[in-house]
Design a binder for this molecule. Structure first.
Ligand code: AMP
Length: 126
């Protein structure tokens, strides 16, 4: 796991050091196609500024967190699935299998999806 900004894969994409299929960028976020898509459209939406995971968000990050959500609808419109529907998934931590430690929302669209999104029996808590 790489947590440092200088070595962070997605920071390197933001800086243009690693190529990516960019679909949208503004002053706060970048959206680019996932290298291993799991849906007809699979786009990662990331903040330009390095924040490792959802659990690292602080109240000062409120604006950038909102920008990620806003970008989801914008990108869905650009790619043509805003009306048919889409899903925005954030993996945070080991149970969710987060593998890149720079916040990213997986924007998934272009197909009918199922629910729940994971296999296995549900366990009730509380
Ligand atoms: P997660 O497992 O939630 O941390 O998701 C990380 C995502 O980053 C995975 O879906 C990978 O396929 C994707 N990924 C890794 N490297 C790249 C890359 N160079 N360009 C685009 N997507 C990538």
């Amino acid at each position: 796991m790489i947590h440092q900004e200088s070595e962070c894969l997605f920071c390197r994409i933001v800086r243009g050091e690693i190529p990516a299929k960019i679909v949208y960028r503004n002053d706060h976020v970048l959206a680019f196609r996932d290298i291993t898509p799991v849906a007809p459209h699979h786009v990662l939406i990331i903040p330009l500024r390095h924040i490792a995971s959802l659990s690292d968000l602080s109240p000062e990050d409120e604006a950038v967190a909102a920008q990620i959500l806003l970008a989801a609808g914008t990108v869905a419109g650009i790619l043509g699935f805003k009306e048919s529907g889409y899903r925005l998934v954030f993996n945070s931590g080991p149970d969710a299998m987060q593998s890149v430690f720079h916040i990213h929302g997986h924007l998934l669209g272009g197909t009918q999806m199922g629910w729940p999104p994971f296999p296995g029996a549900a366990t009730k808590h509380g």
